[in-house]
Design a protein around this ligand. Structure first.
Ligand code: GLO
Length: 559
């Protein structure tokens, strides 16, 4: 499986690089930066949606699955990009967004025109109940998951924005049309998909109410729409009917998946996906008792990160395959969230990269993380673009009269725009992203944090990540080695080994700003253990006692 040896780089096209000065990143912008990506050493690119879309939700609302959004370029530009990627021996995967379409998709236009439309059943319609929506489900972006449609006097379901109606996967014609669309892209030569919210496809047909919760009119009914009754059947059908003749990577976005389910979905022989994105560690710094946990921020505990990571590493070893990620376009910047974006930005970003690249699984680098980009703090809500943040503000400030400064604090800490500000190429006014006016503000710290500066500095995060990627290519144990946790109860050190029949790799990470002295556990003290990589200058051999500085990371190898 080629994708077990790969490192994926995620591109948010709108914010990567603008080639024509309209302030919006585009396909030619990406093609122009392939040398840079190749220099980093990644071999798979994942493009967030580039399809024709009214852009209500950053392109995750698709109007035409087989056309390119004009702001991003043309199909010709796409073909050129794909050819150039392949010519370099790299691969390209797309975003598959098939839980829902845009409300401007011709299927939905037809569906909403009449109850007798041939496309009515492409979506999920229900009559209202007691003058309100059909059930108590909440949308991920706030409010009810149902919108009333006057023309036909029924409600349609949307787990996301009102402009993202959910497709009805029960309908075999929907599935056939999606499969045909997938074949279109496969025939062009794409190398796979990241599958958006793929474990939401199957809803129980009776659409039961979610268990009520005090003070909440609408409830995120995850117990009903995640991993639903026919999900495995649909994914098997997709595998057998579409994917199996092709050697592609599929990665499912699957919130609410346990390691046991994860092992089943990604199983070597019986599985339906190459790998998946589990979400347990994304909830580490949220208050789960709050009605909308994702907007809360609580201190996170290293013991939880160890517990979650260890379970996933062990459950999938020899069974399925992990994806490794700490960031993406939906969550804050990893260094701001799990590291220290102040005094220890560089060492903590390197420590987090070490963690990401030395576990078992396929690492995902989100654009800008390789130079340690940080969260952004816009001071006015008008500067934000993300529908989720804008809805949250509207609900909390306008409808519930909460203090605007407090709500902006939530958005600073957790908002998706933290990851969506333009990529920093250089120190010039728009960070070398565009010659025009960027669609969203550039983080002011680009004068210090940018690609040009990183390439010039031999100690930069960029070169460190490049080294980690190289190690994966030259050390098989990073791909196949079994994971074992050491010092399980240490409050600030995360230590683990990766072991195969030839080698053992020892990773020791100080996840705190305080220096720590730690005795190396007996079981990993082996003669001739040498230092492979570290984020500070460190002795070349493993000593019985280690003195680790703030966010110090060391990787040792025993052959
Ligand atoms: C995560 C997606 C997110 C989209 C959503 C709707 O859940 O990556 O960006 O808003 O899935 O398609």
């Amino acid at each position: 499986m080629w994708w077990k040896e790969s490192v994926v780089y995620q591109i948010y096209p709108r914010s990567f690089r603008d080639s024509n000065g309209d302030g919006i990143g585009d396909l030619r912008g990406i093609t122009g930066k392939l040398d840079y990506l190749q220099q980093l050493g990644v071999d798979v690119l994942w493009l967030c949606p580039i399809y024709d879309s009214p852009n209500d939700d950053g392109g995750y609302d698709i109007r035409d699955y087989c056309a390119i959004l004009p702001e991003f370029g043309t199909m010709r530009d796409f073909d050129d990009l794909l050819a150039d990627v392949h010519a370099r021996g790299m691969k390209l995967i797309m975003d598959l967004v098939v839980n829902h379409t845009s409300d401007e998709h011709p299927w939905f236009q037809a569906a909403r025109s009449s109850r007798d439309s041939l496309f009515r059943d492409y979506y999920i319609w229900r009559p209202g109940r007691h003058g309100g929506p059909p059930n108590n489900w909440a949308s991920h972006f706030g409010g009810s998951a149902w919108t009333y449609d006057e023309t036909t006097d029924e409600y349609y379901l949307h787990l996301f924005s009102t402009r993202q109606p959910d497709l009805n996967w029960e309908n075999p014609r929907v599935r056939e049309d999606i499969y045909a669309m997938m074949r279109f892209w496969l025939e062009k030569g794409v190398d796979g998909w990241r599958m958006d919210t793929i474990n939401m496809l199957s809803k129980p047909p009776e659409l039961p109410d979610a268990a009520p919760r005090a003070g909440q009119a609408y409830i995120l009914a995850e117990e009903h729409f995640l991993n639903g009754p026919r999900l495995m059947e649909y994914l098997r059908e997709m595998r057998d009917r579409v994917l199996s003749p092709y050697d592609v990577l599929t990665v499912g976005e699957t919130p609410g998946v346990t390691p046991e389910l994860g092992a089943a979905y990604t199983h070597e022989t019986e599985g339906v996906l190459s790998m998946l994105f589990q979400f347990e560690h994304m909830g580490l710094d949220s208050d789960p008792t709050h009605p909308t946990p994702k907007w809360t921020k609580v201190p996170w505990a290293l013991s939880d990160l160890k517990r979650i990571t260890t379970r996933w590493q062990q459950a999938l070893h020899g069974q399925g395959w992990n994806s490794l990620y700490l960031s993406n376009h939906d969550v804050p910047r990893l260094v701001s969230r799990f590291g220290d974006d102040g005094a220890y930005r560089v060492p903590s970003a390197k420590l987090l990269a070490t963690f990401l690249h030395t576990l078992q699984g396929t690492p995902y680098v989100y654009q800008g993380d390789e130079i340690g980009m940080t969260n952004v703090q816009f001071s006015r809500i008008e500067e934000y673009r993300d529908i989720d943040a804008l809805n949250h503000y509207q609900e909390q400030v306008v409808e519930r009269h909460r203090d605007p400064a407090e709500v902006l604090r939530d958005i600073h800490a957790k908002g998706r725009d933290n990851a969506r500000t333009p990529m920093h190429w250089d120190a010039s006014p728009h960070a070398g992203f565009t010659t025009g006016t960027p669609w969203i503000g550039v983080n002011p710290n680009h004068t210090e944090i940018n690609v040009e500066a990183a390439l010039r500095d031999p100690d930069s995060i960029f070169w460190y990540v490049r080294d980690l990627i190289r190690l994966r290519r030259t050390h098989r144990v990073m791909v196949d080695g079994r994971y074992d946790l050491h010092l399980p109860d240490h409050p600030s050190i995360y230590a683990y080994t990766r072991t195969d029949e030839h080698q053992q790799m020892l990773v020791v990470l100080n996840f705190s700003a305080a220096p720590v002295v730690v005795d190396v556990p007996q079981e990993v003290r082996r003669p001739a253990t040498r230092l492979l990589l570290a984020n500070y200058l460190a002795p070349g051999h493993l000593e019985p006692t280690l003195e680790l500085r703030a966010f110090e990371a060391r990787v040792y190898l025993t052959s």
